[in-house]
Design a protein around this ligand. Structure first.
Ligand code: PBE
Length: 297
């Protein structure tokens, strides 16, 4: 008899719990359960100097997301937060970009951006210091020709994500793609130990590209390369001021628009090294929203 009583009680508690959690997931402005409340009106950002932070702040403005906060951190902190949320099947909104390994590891989607706060199509450009052409013609020739695809970059990023050292991942890709690499190097002489500095930011996409370029400059052209990891502002300022020789991490025309406008007269833009990038707000596919506009609900 007592056992039966306990069973009924348990069922009742269970039912109550289900009912409560169903009420909780009701959506509606400001009610507990709206996406805004579920994510505590937070967008998980990256390093404050990243162009995507400016675009995300603009999105908060453009879409009238009052009370929303863009949380500063880093690329690594952002992917750690994403990983944790997905493991717990929790909602999360992050600043995201393509190419990035997170899209092959997790089922994610970009929120539509009808107001184009994140801009339209863009490319990653190679930017060098003025005078590099005369001072280091071999490096200049290669850097001018260096151009690869999001799929190429994805291979390097995936290797690094799976635990390979960036230098090793770069070497594997270069060894596996001699035709591409040799084309970039045609007519470029060996530079016998000349020193070069590449500036970059620790974004996963740029860790991949910078390591590939460094490896080619060193192993094929004989340079000694210092890969200088800095924030976005110093990355641009370094090339403009001559402290760095080059960088392959300029997202244009939108993401690094401010930096470009500030430094364009002091650098040389060698054009795109990769086309087909995207930036925006990214969520796990299990979240039931599709557009940045849905965040207002
Ligand atoms: N990113 C990756 C950078 C450029 C490369 C999109 C995070 C940014 O400045 O936002």
């Amino acid at each position: 008899m007592q056992k039966r009583y306990a069973k009924v009680l348990l069922s009742a508690v269970f039912l109550l719990a289900i009912t409560l959690s169903a009420c909780n997931s009701n959506s509606g402005s400001g009610e507990p359960g709206s996406v805004a409340d579920q994510v505590k009106r937070q967008i998980i950002g990256i390093d404050p100097g990243a162009g995507i932070m400016k675009s995300a702040a603009k999105a908060i403005e453009d879409y009238g997301l009052e009370g929303w906060k863009l949380v500063e951190g880093s690329g690594a902190v952002m992917t750690a937060a994403l990983d944790k949320a997905i493991k717990n099947k929790e909602p999360i909104i992050v600043t995201g970009w393509t190419p990035h390994w997170k899209f092959s590891k997790y089922d994610l989607k970009y929120l539509e951006d009808p107001k184009q706060s994140f801009g339209g199509e863009e490319q990653i450009h190679t930017i060098v210091r003025k005078g590099l052409k005369e001072d280091e013609p071999s490096a200049y020739t290669f850097l001018d020709r260096f151009e690869w695809t999001p799929d190429d970059m994805a291979v390097v990023m995936a290797d690094i994500q799976e635990g390979k050292k960036p230098e090793e991942a770069a070497k594997s890709w270069v060894d596996a793609n001699p035709d591409k690499v040799n084309k970039w190097l045609e007519g470029a002489d060996k530079a016998d130990g000349h020193e070069l500095t590449l500036s970059y930011v620790a974004w996963d996409s740029e860790i991949a590209s910078t390591n590939v370029v460094k490896y080619i400059l060193e192993s094929k052209l004989g340079y000694k390369v210092n890969a200088l990891q800095v924030e976005a502002g110093p990355m641009w300022a370094g090339v403009a001021g001559g402290g760095a020789d080059a960088m392959v991490a300029a997202w244009l025309p939108t993401t690094h628009e401010d930096y470009f406008n500030e430094f364009k007269d002091k650098v040389e833009d060698l054009g795109p090294n990769l086309s087909g990038t995207k930036t925006g707000l990214v969520v796990p596919a299990y979240m039931e929203i599709d557009s940045i506009e849905d965040l207002k609900k």
